[in-house]
Design a protein around this ligand. Sequence first.
Ligand code: ZN
Length: 527
Amino acid sequence: MKRGKTTTFLLELPLEVNAQQAKRVRTHLEAARCLYNALLGEARSRLRRMRADPAWDAARAIPRSQKAARQTAFAQMRTHYGFSEYALHEYAKRARCTWIAEHIDSTMAQVLATRAYQAVNRVCQGKARAVRFKSRGRGLDSVEGKRNDTGMRFVHHPETAGQGFLLWGTERLPARIDLDDAVVAHGLGCRIKYARLVRRNASSPRAKGADLTGQRYAVQLILEGQPLLKSKHRPGQDTLGLDLGPSTLAVVPRQGQPQLLQLAEEVRLDARTRRRLQRKLDRQRRANNPQHYDAKGRIRRHKGQRLRWHESQGYRETRRRLANEARRLAAHRKSLHGRLVHELVRVGNTIIIEKVSYRGWQKRYGTSVGLRAPGMLVEQLKRTVAKTGGILSEVSTYHTKLSQYCHGCGTYHQKALADRWHQCPCGIGPVQRDLYSAFLAAYLEPNRTIPSITQSDWAGVETRLMAVMECLSQRANAGQSLPQSFGLTRAGARRLPSLVPRHQEPHADPLIGSPEAVTLAQEPPRL
Ligand SMILES: [Zn+2]
């Protein structure tokens, strides 16, 4: 939705609603859900009618080279069938009748119409396959106004500090405001463009600030201007090269300390809890519905027959805990990503990274991408870099091929996925390949495909990269499990002999002293 070109940022404040207010807000949201579904249905049927018209196929048949003719043909179709944002606003005016009008004002109805139109328009443009109606059980979890002077809006008085209310119809929902919090104080000093009410699941109805259905409410203020930049987050001057993997990140600054790390390492424990709950849920489902499983434990499928599953109280409890755990994991990961992003930007906010398809990764490395969310990290990094006035350049992998390049001889050699080290006959290496790609990225000038590296650049960085790997291999030796892609497995098979002396067992090792042992110890890293 176009709302002018000023910059925007968000401030979220928790709402303190009592039981009666919570009940009324739930009713309002239910009305919004009904209206949204009605608008979605109408937009969808307009799209269907438009597409069924033979003129639609005629418009599609116009070659793309005749851009203007194609555009007018499609525009005519849209006007004729009323498939546009504004036509749907008109429909919303009529649909907002009887009982819905008591809950939803006209601006909010317009916003819902826009939302429904955008969802259906994605189907029209082939960006989505279907639209999703909001079920009664799940409901609609956010509604927003359009301006902060009519409809749903937020008011606060600077003189009576610490008081603010979200007004929705006759409702007056107090927000919890802590003016000692610099972020809140800064946000409330900016102009409010519009306000949004958000409903979120809490861990249980007994959680702090939750209503009897176990849900919390918050107001999101959409503000004009720049978010507060805390002094501890002042950007650095360095240039950073990044190499992102499905679950790892290599960072090489031109001057600072390089790093090779696992994304959101600490979510591992959360993931373990989640897996345990998933298994428990499965056991309970099986125990409750033994008739649906065959002797091998597979689900019995009967063609055309829908299975009816029995849910016990315990099963529902586990499911609720699992949902809560998933939410906690996502929140934890987001905060870990945020911390990492700030750490990187503190070193420097000129960042060069290879552009990768996170979609493709999702297909190939679904589990780790789902847990580590590398794409989300890049999104967060982009925002923070933009906020601090830096530059994040995404370079095309296709043109640069940094993972194949060797700066010593200027040649390209494809590496297999299992080759974690770069070593070239020209004398470069051995060096961990992700760190090496990140190093190359750091020296890639804009609009060039070959990094410009002098001998002294490499000499300076090489020792720092060695130190990083030394440190990691010590951790591996100490028994910490590190991602395989680091190239330092505990088995020692691919461990670098120059970095890690072969571990001597006190008792006799049958291989020691034999010719095989010598070859093992002198074996170079896999090339
Ligand atoms: Zn080379």
